[in-house]
Design a protein around this ligand. Structure first.
Ligand code: PLP
Length: 230
């Protein structure tokens, strides 16, 4: 299947899932996850009107950054080591993976040094999987309270990865819990953050995530096929 056809199918599935949930499809943004994909494939996607790229490694963003067509938004969706944060601050539109205080401190320091704000999502390990990063559900509100002291970090919402399951419906409670947490945070009326973004849903489960309120879906293999080695 051509990249163009795969993309159209993904857009169509998003549209159908939004319709099932009575949602406006314009409230859902596609992040095309391009990790391991070579630059020429990424440029093909951009030529097909992809406008947001997701990568999970700092090195890959830096290597590809100058080679892909512009304008395009870069999203850091993977675990971010503190000592590499400064390498991408001027490149990415949104970091989806703020998962610990030490990283917040580093981001605050680096963003303040550049006299700019860095946009982030707080990553939540809803299913408490050992293999995944992210705060536990119960840790999120106390963490967000502390972020009032980080004026150069702009919190835009929450992100999660659901466990891989055969039947994507089994991932539904994970997405629902993240949405409910978002609603709880909104009720708190924090003046130092917004909760506009719910980044959830990947190839296996994005349709369920959209039904449960995702505003960003991060999709790789459904668009690009199997990941390449790099
Ligand atoms: C790789 C990755 C994705 C996309 O995964 P697919 O199953 O290929 O859609 C989404 N989110 C994160 C954080 C990833 O690392």
């Amino acid at each position: 299947m051509s990249l163009e056809t795969s993309l159209q199918q993904v857009y169509e599935n998003i549209r159908l899932a939004a319709a099932r949930a009575g949602r406006n499809v314009d409230d859902i943004q596609l992040i095309a996850v391009t990790k391991t994909m070579p630059v020429y494939v990424i440029n093909e996607a951009i030529a097909s009107n992809v406008t947001r790229l997701g990568e999970n490694k700092v090195q890959e963003i830096c290597d590809k950054y100058d080679k892909v067509s512009h304008p395009v938004e870069w999203h850091m969706i993977g675990h971010l080591q503190s000592n590499k944060a400064r390498d991408i601050l001027d490149k990415v539109s949104l970091i989806h993976s703020l998962d610990r205080m030490s990283l917040a401190k580093e981001l605050e320091k680096r963003a303040s040094g550049l006299d700019r704000k860095v946009k982030v999502l707080v990553q939540v390990n809803v299913a408490e999987e050992d293999s995944k990063h992210g705060l536990q559900l119960s840790e999120v509100i106390p963490f967000l309270e502390k972020m009032a002291d980080f004026p150069h970090i702009s919190i835009n919402g929450l992100m999660t990865m659901a466990p891989y399951v055969e039947d994507p419906n089994q991932a539904r409670p994970v997405f629902r819990q993240l949405r409910e947490l978002r609603d709880k945070v909104v009720d708190r009326n924090f003046s130092h953050l917004t909760m506009d973004v719910l980044s959830m849903g990947m190839t296996n489960d994005y349709q369920v995530a959209v039904e449960e309120g995702a505003t960003m879906v991060r999709i790789g293999s459904a668009i690009f096929g199997e990941r390449r080695y790099n």
